[in-house]
Design a protein around this ligand. Structure first.
Ligand SMILES: Nc1nc2c(ncn2[C@@H]2O[C@H](COP(=O)(O)OP(=O)(O)OP(=O)(O)O)[C@@H](O)[C@H]2O)c(=O)[nH]1
Ligand SMILES: [Mg+2]
Length: 705
């Protein structure tokens, strides 16, 4: 077998940790004859599975043995059965010739073949070579300095996967450009071209010797992995230095809020498919899931929680048995663990012991603990699945009893299988992923635990944030509008103080507003002149402009407030899902807050500019005529109102930017169906994401027998 290619056959000890290859074998041995019968035919009597063996079973297999092959078999393994390795085929032929009908095919061969068929094309660990560009030569005669070599950067980009990266750059070499040499024309050589490698977010960069280089968590994160060499200069005798070079591993670890942890066949994928729109593969055999898959639970207040369906763990996963490390590493970054167990227990194969539900919990806790102790600290929920099976209630009662006093029931396990600390579950919820029973309790519970812990890997904006931002914008906008109205109505834009030297006369102050002029004698509150045609007088252009500017500003503000109001009414003040039509065009559209913010900004500018002009215009008038003009309180009010409008606009812009960068549901399509259509829950939680599963790359598995 060629090294580096996925094997076509795996021996049953595939699940054992990889050992250095011993002496090469020419033929692959058939698994021991002690293994129990395994079917190659469909459980349906007489029906043969599609594929090359269709119509001509390789081996026959009594139906009653099939029944014992998998517990609670409800689904036929999909697709064609794998071809047996030559040695086994030969063995089977001989046995058939001898009249032995029940030639046994080990479960793990079948499982491993199925696993590899899918597993081989996914990557979550890629080893690449990075090299910074060399510096340019200096110029000894003129003292010129060579350009610096380009650097190699890793840039997190959600649109790429490691598989794409590998396909695009099969050489897996990333070399930055060299710096330019110094020349007479350009004594300082230009810098070499940087090399940017787009990698998926969630990457840990590890050197060949296991040293952590850095991590790229979110879109746009950058990491410098190889510096370019320095250009030749006087210090280096005009000789350049070479760029750094490294062999690094891009290790992809899943970033999700909740990780589904359990033994194979517990119903993890079934559960994910029920609570989200993800469509993981579900089948009645172990290791159906061989690549982690993500689904998203969406709550009525638009909070989203990502759930990762991880491949099943087996005993010894912490020692990398069954590729345990590759699966367990994805648990590391989840914020919450959701243990899923089969209420009736689990048995991987007839050669491995049967484990009760209680034992599976104990073993899972031990595996996690041995893999990384920190995992113990993660909040955990326990979903006891398959409650629709007969006797499930009795088994559950027993299981609960065992959990109360675990030390009394661990005698069936050896000492090294018992965890130092049994996981403390925040909640134990009996469910049936089949019928949907218990999910109405589980879904809010997941949310509650995430909220309590106060961290979600995907920061989301819920109703409260929307409420706060729009209410604050609405209030400050309303206050600014009131200010504008007051400024427009008060006759206090300009004062003209007329003093007299006649002792019998009193001084007069003329107050000019936008619409009226009022002259008052000192000590009197009554207007002696009430002139609504004041603007016919010369040199009042600034106030004439304000006559148009302020109403325009007010109208614009009203429009912006209207947008805010509708947004608020459709989000914060109702508990049900907002009217989809309105929400789409107003709240849900990225333009809504942007437009409202732009209106506020416009209103602010329209009001502010002529208001400031009044101040300068007064100075000019004082110079031109007598120094009797001064501005009045309306100017202050107008400028303060413009400031308020500007603040509102900034608030909405910030909110817009936050929404654009955060994965807020307000910028994505809303539900396409009402939440109540879900068969399993009539409660307000929709729990159905509009996202389908996100594919996660998994490493290529190469095994030689
Ligand atoms: N009766 C019953 N069967 C269930 C339930 N949930 C899952 N199953 C069945 O159990 C089998 C395994 O389900 P999966 O969802 O593939 O299990 P898994 O834990 O993802 O398995 P792996 O991917 O191998 O780790 C399938 O045949 C499901 O139909 C349930 O609530 N009740
Ligand atoms: Mg699965």
């Amino acid at each position: 077998m060629q090294a580096g290619r996925p094997s076509l056959f795996l021996s049953p000890d595939f699940l054992a940790p990889r050992q250095p290859p011993s002496s090469p074998r020419k033929t692959r041995p058939c698994p021991p004859r002690s293994s129990p019968p395994r079917p190659l035919r469909s459980p349906v009597r007489g029906a043969s599975l599609p594929g090359r063996s269709a119509g001509r079973p390789l081996v026959s297999f009594p139906p009653q043995e099939w029944a014992g092959w998998r517990r609670h078999s409800s689904a036929r393994p999909p697709g064609r059965l794998p071809r047996l390795p030559p040695a086994c085929r030969q063995n089977a032929r001989v046995k058939r010739a001898e009249g032995v009908s029940d030639v046994r095919v080990p479960t793990m061969v079948w499982v491993s073949r199925a696993l590899l068929r899918k597993y081989g094309s996914f990557i979550d660990d890629l080893r690449i070579y990075v090299k910074g560009g060399a510096g340019g030569m200096g110029h000894p005669r003129y003292g010129g300095e060579g350009g610096k070599g380009g650097d190699v950067w890793l840039v997190a980009d959600g649109r790429v996967t490691l598989k794409q990266l590998k396909q695009k750059y099969p050489q897996k070499r990333f070399v930055a450009g060299n710096g330019a040499h110094s020349s007479v024309a350009a004594l300082k050589g230009s810098k070499g071209k940087d090399c940017e490698v787009n990698v998926p977010p969630g990457i840990s960069v590890v050197t060949d010797d296991g040293k952590l280089f850095g991590e790229l968590y979110k879109e746009g994160d950058r990491l410098l992995v190889a510096h370019g060499g320095l250009g030749g200069c006087l210090v280096s005798n005009f000789f350049p230095t070479k760029g750094q070079k490294h062999l690094i591993h891009l290790d992809l670890k899943l970033i999700a809020d909740v990780g589904l942890v359990g033994f194979p066949n517990a119903g993890k994928s079934s559960l994910l498919s029920k609570i989200s729109h993800a469509t993981p593969r579900i089948a009645d055999y172990a290791f159906t899931t061989v690549q982690p898959e993500l689904g998203t639970i969406e709550y009525p207040d638009y909070k989203k929680i990502t759930v990762a369906d991880l491949p099943g763990l087996i005993e010894g996963a912490h020692k990398n048995k069954g590729h345990g490390h590759k699966f367990l590493k994805h648990v590391e970054r989840t914020k919450q663990l959701l243990f899923v167990i089969d209420v009736s227990g689990f048995q991987l194969s007839s050669r491995t012991p049967f484990r009760t539900a209680f034992e599976t919990v104990v073993l899972l806790a031990r595996e996690l603990e041995l893999y990384k102790e920190e995992l113990r600290a993660k909040p955990a929920l326990l979903a006891v699945n398959k409650m629709d099976l007969p006797n499930a209630q009795e088994l559950l009662d027993k299981f609960m009893e065992q959990l109360q006093k675990p030390e009394d029931y661990t005698h069936s396990l050896s000492a090294e299988m018992i965890p130092d600390v049994l996981v403390k579950f925040k909640e134990i919820i009996p469910i049936s992923a089949h019928t949907g029973e218990g999910l109405e309790k589980l879904i809010p519970c997941i949310r509650k635990v995430i909220d309590e812990e106060g961290h979600s890997s995907l920061p989301t904006m819920g109703c409260r944030e929307v409420h706060a931002a729009t209410v604050l914008a609405f209030l400050s906008g309303t206050a600014a509008l009131s200010g504008l109205i007051a400024a427009a109505l008060l006759p206090n834009w300009r004062q003209m103080r007329l003093c007299t030297f006649n002792k019998n006369e009193k001084n007069v102050t003329v107050y000019t507003g936008l619409w009226i002029k009022c002259a008052r004698f000192d000590g009197s509150k009554d207007c002696v002149i009430y002139d609504t045609e004041w603007y016919t007088a010369v040199d009042q252009l600034d106030l004439r402009v304000l006559q148009f500017a302020l109403p325009t500003s007010m109208l614009t503000t009203v429009l912006a407030l209207f947008l805010c109001l509708i947004g608020m009414c459709n989000t914060a003040f109702i508990t049900t899902v907002p009217n989809i039509k309105q929400a789409r065009c107003l709240i849900n559209s990225a333009g809504c807050h942007l437009v409202a913010g732009l209106f506020f900004l416009l209103a602010s500018v329209i009001c502010l500019t002529p208001s400031i002009w009044v101040i300068f215009h007064n100075q000019e008038m004082n110079k031109k005529y007598e120094p009797v003009f001064s501005f009045d309180i309306s100017v202050y009010i107008a400028i303060a109102s413009a400031g308020g409008l500007l603040f509102t606009a900034i608030l909405l812009f910030l909110w817009y930017c936050a929404c654009k960068t955060l994965p807020s549901p307000f910028w994505q399509p809303l539900y396409s169906h009402a939440p109540s259509v879900h068969s399993y829950a009539s409660q307000p939680y929709s729990a159905r994401s509009r996202h389908s599963a996100i594919e996660i790359d998994i490493p290529v598995v190469t095994h030689s027998s």
